[in-house]
Design a protein around this ligand. Structure first.
Ligand code: SF4
Length: 307
């Protein structure tokens, strides 16, 4: 094993990292290494996810009794409120937020992106489909930036790696975004020569693989997801039959509760409308300007309902 076995599993309590932790447990038990799970508590996690993390560790201990399992909890130095005040809101996606920030600073590549052009000013088909629709965000009366994930997630892990000398094993999957796909195509599953060496053994997995693994090996997962069930066709005049795919009956989104990334994919009720029903006080904190996060003004500007 690389780095004399000094590694850790980045464990978020979500389904992907739950699978990763189980796979790592099998390898660690067979190789006589301890299993170190590191959970970054940003304060934004779904409450069910926070409850699940220690329960899962207890389950791992019963399944792999000879394995030495350690759960470490780390925290970012900044809160989400600090991030939105100092850097800006994470809106739509990392690339869009970054582009808004740099466009406002006058970077030509970012200005070109919002015109659907490449760096040289030539029409770029992919950029045309992605950026111009969000150009109006450049004029938004609030700050926008992609700094949130770095401040709240990446930085605490980088700090942890620096202090402990451990290298990360991450549950990132290429299908999740273009950025991840490109990173996977560049580095593969084990990018040990990077500035930040890491292993991403699930890089080529799809969501269905995760669900099948959980079902096949009867691995517990957070209640936030509901149940894993087989998906059935449901065409009115045709016979109802299994599609061969799995689905979850609960939330598909268990990431940071106040995040505005991918809000455009929510439909209604969106994540904030659901938050209002499930956690009204939290919703109020999110929306209000004074002593709150001021998310209502962002949703209003984007044209999505806040309640
Ligand atoms: S997922 Fe969203 S809220 Fe969570 S750290 Fe990243 S940008 Fe911030």
């Amino acid at each position: 094993m690389r780095n004399e076995g000094k590694a850790y599993v980045s464990f978020s309590g979500g389904q992907d990292s739950t699978v990763l932790a189980d796979m790592a447990a099998r390898v660690c038990q067979a190789s006589n290494y301890e299993l170190r799970l590191v959970f970054c508590n940003t304060g934004l996690e779904h409450p069910e996810i926070v409850k699940f993390a220690p329960k899962f560790v207890e389950w791992i201990k019963t399944q792999y009794p000879e394995l030495d399992v350690v759960l470490e909890i780390i925290r970012p130095k900044m809160s989400f409120k600090d991030v939105v005040e100092q850097h800006g809101y994470p809106v739509i996606g990392k690339d869009i937020s970054s582009c808004v920030k740099y466009c406002r600073q006058g970077s030509q590549w970012a200005i070109n992106n919002f015109e659907g052009l490449d760096r040289h000013g030539n029409v770029h088909t992919y950029k045309q489909g992605m950026y111009p629709q969000w150009k109006f965000l450049v004029d938004a009366p609030f700050k926008i930036s992609d700094a949130c994930c770095y401040e709240l997630k990446e930085k605490p892990f980088e700090q942890y790696e620096k202090e402990t000398g451990r290298l990360p094993i991450l549950g990132l999957m290429a299908y999740e975004s273009k950025r991840r796909k490109n990173a996977y195509l560049r580095g593969g599953c084990n990018s040990f020569d990077n500035d930040r060496p890491m292993s991403t053994p699930m890089g080529y997995w799809l969501k269905q693989d995760v669900l099948w693994y959980l079902k096949r090996f009867e691995i517990p997962y957070s209640e936030a997801y509901g149940e894993i069930q087989e998906e059935w066709t449901n065409y009115k005049r045709k016979e109802n039959k299994p599609t061969g795919k799995l689905k979850t009956t609960g939330s598909e989104r268990t990431g940071c509760q106040f995040c505005l990334f991918a809000i455009q994919q929510d439909g209604e009720p969106n994540r904030f409308q659901r938050l209002r029903v499930d956690y009204p006080k939290l919703h109020d904190y999110c929306m209000r300007e004074e002593n709150g996060l001021g998310i209502k003004k962002v949703l209003d500007y984007l044209g999505y309902p806040s309640e």
